[in-house]
Design a protein around this ligand. Sequence first.
Ligand SMILES: Cc1cc2nc3c(=O)[nH]c(=O)nc-3n(C[C@H](O)[C@H](O)[C@H](O)COP(=O)(O)OP(=O)(O)OC[C@H]3O[C@@H](n4cnc5c(N)ncnc54)[C@H](O)[C@@H]3O)c2cc1C
Length: 438
Amino acid sequence: MKRSFDVLVVGAGAAGLAAAERLSRAGLSVVVLEARSRAGGRIFTRRVRGWPLPIELGAEFVHGRSDEVFKIAREAGLLIDRLPDSYLQRTTSGFRSQHDLRTRFDAVTREMRTNGRDRSIAEFLRSRRRMSPAEKRLAGGMMEGYHAAVLERASEHAFSTRGEPPLSPEDRMQFRVVSGYDGIIDRLRSHLDPKRCPILFSAAVERIRWRRGSVEAATARGNFRARHAIVTVPVGVLQPGPGGKPGIELDPDPPDQRRALESMEMGQVVRVVVLFRRSFWEETEAVERLRAREPENSEVAFVHAWDAPFPTWWTAAPAQVPMITGWAGGPAATTLQHLSKEQIIDQALETLGSLFDLPAPRLRRLLVAGHVHDWSADPWARGAYSYETVGGASAPDVLARPVAGTLYFAGEATDRRQSGTVPGAIASGHRAARQILD
Ligand SMILES: Cc1cc2nc3c(=O)[nH]c(=O)nc-3n(C[C@H](O)[C@H](O)[C@H](O)COP(=O)(O)OP(=O)(O)OC[C@H]3O[C@@H](n4cnc5c(N)ncnc54)[C@H](O)[C@@H]3O)c2cc1C
C-alpha cells in the first residue's frame, strides 16, 4: 500500500476524522492511523439485543446547542432529544429539586480568578469563607463529577468563567443523540474517500520522528511518511504511562508542548449503564412524595447524592425506558476503578438501593444486565478526558500551536473553550486542518 501522504492523522476519534474530512476535501492525500479496530475513540456506542436504546460507554450528551454536533446530526438525520432540565438531590429526608443547579455552579466559577497566583480549586473553595458548606459541596461535586477533576490539583484559572457572557437558556440545555453518538462518527467517515484518505485500523503509532516539512510514523503496520502530522490521541497517551514511557515517542520532543502536557491530567471516570425490568424509580415513595410537593420539578432525569460511591445518576428521560446510568468522576472513580465489572454493578445496586430506599436484593431481581468500560485501563485513552492542573491554564492554547509548520496537536484537550467534549474535539480537528491549509 501507499506509504507516503501529504498528512498523517494519528487517531480516528472525532478530532482525527473531522481533520481528515477537511483536508481530503481540500484535495490533500491523508492517512488516518488508528490503534483500535474501530473508529470513534471515546465515542463508544454499543447496540445489544434486548436493550431498548443504544448503550453509550463514552460520550453521551451534547451540552448546549453545539454547532459542531448539530450540523453533522442534521445532515445525517440523527435523532436528538432535549433532556429535561431536572436535577434531584438526595437528602436524608428524601429528594429535593435542584432546577437551578447549573446556574449556582456557574455563579461559583464566576468568582474564580483568571489572573494573579493560580490556585487549586480546593484552595479557592477554602478561601471562600462566606460560601455555605452546601454550596461548596455542590461546586466540589460538579468539579469532580462533571469535570472528573481532583480538587487539590485542578486549576482555578482554567475553570474560571469570570467575565464571560451569562449562560443563556440555550447554553444550559442538554441533548442526547438518541440513535447513538456513533452516528456522528459514521457521518464524518462517510465523507472520506477510501482511496484519497484510508483509515488503517490496528495501526498503533509507537514513534513519530520529524523535522521541518517531514514526518515519519512507526506503527504496528509499518512506517508512514508525510509532510505534516496531526496527533489527536488523548493527552494520557502522550504522557509517561505505567512503565514511565509515553504511548507515543515524539522525536524530537517539542519542549513547549511537553511542558503543556505535563500541566494537564486525564480525569478518571467510572460509568455503569444498567437495564432493569421496569423503571422502579418512578414507583418509589421518595419520588411520589416529591411529586406531591413539587409536581413541576420532579421528573427523574438527573439524581445527585454527592457522598455516595456513584454520586450522579441519570435515566434515559425523556425516553421512558428502564435504563439508568451511574457515574463516578475524579476521586470517586479512583475508589471504584480496581473493582471487577460484577463488583461495580453490585456497588451500583447498593447505591440505587439507598437512593430510592429499596433493598438491594429486590433490585437484583429486577436487574437485566449492566455494562461498564474501564477507560483508565484502556491503553488508547488512559482516562476519560483532560483537565488543566495548577499553572496549566494556557496548556490547551500551547498544544494548539503548530510546531515548525509540521507537527500539529488536536483532540479535546487542545480546545480551551470546549475541552473534554465532542464539540471541542471536532472544533480542534477543524482548527488543525485550517492551520495546515493556510
Ligand atoms: C466516559 C466518558 C463520558 C463522556 N461523556 C461526554 C459527554 O457526555 N459529552 C461530550 O461532549 N463528551 C463526553 N466525553 C468526552 C468525549 O468523548 C471526548 O472529548 C471526545 O470523544 C474526544 O475525541 P478526540 O478525537 O479528541 O479523542 P479520542 O476519541 O480519544 O480519539 C483519539 C483516537 O486516538 C487513538 N489512539 C490512541 N493512541 C493511539 C496510538 N498510539 N496510535 C494510533 N491511534 C491511537 C484512540 O484509539 C482514539 O480512537 C466523555 C468521555 C468519556 C470517556
